[in-house]
Design a protein around this ligand. Structure first.
Ligand code: A3P
Ligand code: MG
Length: 355
């Protein structure tokens, strides 16, 4: 029996959708229409904090006993010097929370016109994301804006939420405001929500109206040597892309890789837009965070794929806020995964012997 009830799925989809609307509106107001200096990261900071405030508000109302492992905390926002940023975040979070109720949403979820929060309420709600994680019990893992660099470039980013029970991801919801509804129509309509419930498959919903449409089941197709390609990070600092090149050549892959920010990579893999997501550590001792992989890994598994580290071990979501020592991530369809794992091992050996 599934450990996740329909209520948790519905709440998570509603919360993620509101956060996606908020993030798109921040992008339109602050990135597109204003002249920003190249390194100004303030829009993503504003979107990150306010999206976490919105999602944590909904989770705190609906599942008050569940702890949350969220990427952000409000310590910096409480500083005297942050007063402008703080007001902007409170304004945006309240705008998102108080928007009219949509089909499938309930006023008891902290949503709708009467749901405005005070500054202190919102700051302590953001801080509900400071749970340390661990092996047993229920917890939510939240990345309010995953792919912050992609967000600033107007490319891919995702709002990512997962429910983990006893170290196992049971529910994953990923909102991708900039992802085309269909990969075969890249200039067509954009905005998707991906939902996976353990044992119940993987589905895609339209971001603008997730509750009124029938979810589209998604699954990983069978790839041939000619159609297979790699999905990888845009940022060289996040994954060892030179290693990916060697793995591709080892496997005889001829198609160029698809570079994309955020867990939109897991979503693309789950619906067959790319055959393998490979993320090998760059060697700087960075530990992967659970919120960067929890919903995406369940989505891929429910779409018929396998997700492991480069030793072939499953990712361990029970170690705290991180996945522990970084052995990278390999995600692919069942039939391709073992071939990629072997190729990764071969390339690792080659690199070790040539040192
Ligand atoms: N040195 C590093 N190695 C691997 N991942 C890193 C990293 N530094 C940051 N990240 C993570 O990479 C995520 C983005 O992944 P991707 O490269 O697939 O788009 C970031 O999420 P945020 O954008 O939420 O901070 C961040 O958590
Ligand atoms: Mg992230």
């Amino acid at each position: 029996m599934s450990l996740t009830s329909a209520a948790e799925k519905q709440v998570a989809v509603a919360a993620v959708r509101r956060a996606c609307v908020l993030a798109s509106s921040v992008f339109n107001k602050l990135v597109k229409n204003e002249t920003l200096t190249k390194d100004d990261k303030s829009p993503v900071t504003v979107a990150d904090y306010s999206a976490q405030a919105v999602i944590n508000t909904v989770l705190s109302r609906t599942f008050p006993d569940d702890p949350i492992v969220g990427e952000e905390d409000a310590a910096d926002l409480r500083l005297e010097s942050a007063s402008t940023l703080r007001s902007r975040i409170v304004e945006l979070a309240n705008e998102a929370l108080t928007a009219d109720l949509r089909a499938g949403e309930q006023p008891t979820w902290g949503l709708g016109p009467d749901s405005a929060q005070t500054v202190e309420e919102l700051l302590s709600t953001i801080d509900r994301g400071n749970y340390a994680g661990g092996r047993s019990g229920r917890m939510w893992a939240l990345d309010p804006i995953d792919g912050t660099k992609g967000f600033l470039r107007g490319e891919q980013y995702a709002v990512c939420l997962a429910l983990i029970i006893n170290s196992r991801v049971e529910l994953g919801v990923i909102g991708c405001p900039n992802l085309p509804v269909s990969a075969s129509d890249p200039s067509g309509p954009r905005g998707c929500i991906f939902v996976a419930v353990r044992g119940q498959g993987a589905h895609q919903l339209p971001l603008d109206d997730p509750f009124s449409s029938t979810p589209t089941p998604i699954s990983i197709p069978t790839f041939t040597q000619e159609t297979l390609n790699l999905l990888e990070s845009v940022e060289k600092a996040h994954a060892k892309l030179s290693f990916n090149e060697k793995v591709a050549s080892n496997l005889g892959i001829t198609r160029p890789p698809t570079r994309m920010d955020s867990q939109a990579k897991y979503c693309s893999l789950a619906r067959g837009d790319g055959g393998v997501y490979l993320r090998m550590p760059t060697g700087v001792g960075y530990k992967e965070k659970i919120w960067d992989h929890a919903p995406g890994s369940l989505l891929v598994e429910e779409a018929g794929g396998v997700v492991s580290d480069s030793r072939g071990e499953p990712l361990d979501f029970g170690l705290g806020r991180t996945l522990g020592e970084n052995f990278g991530v390999i995600a692919a369809g069942k039939h391709v995964h073992s071939k990629v794992l072997d190729a990764v091992k071969r390339v690792k050996e080659e690199e070790e012997t040539s040192q």
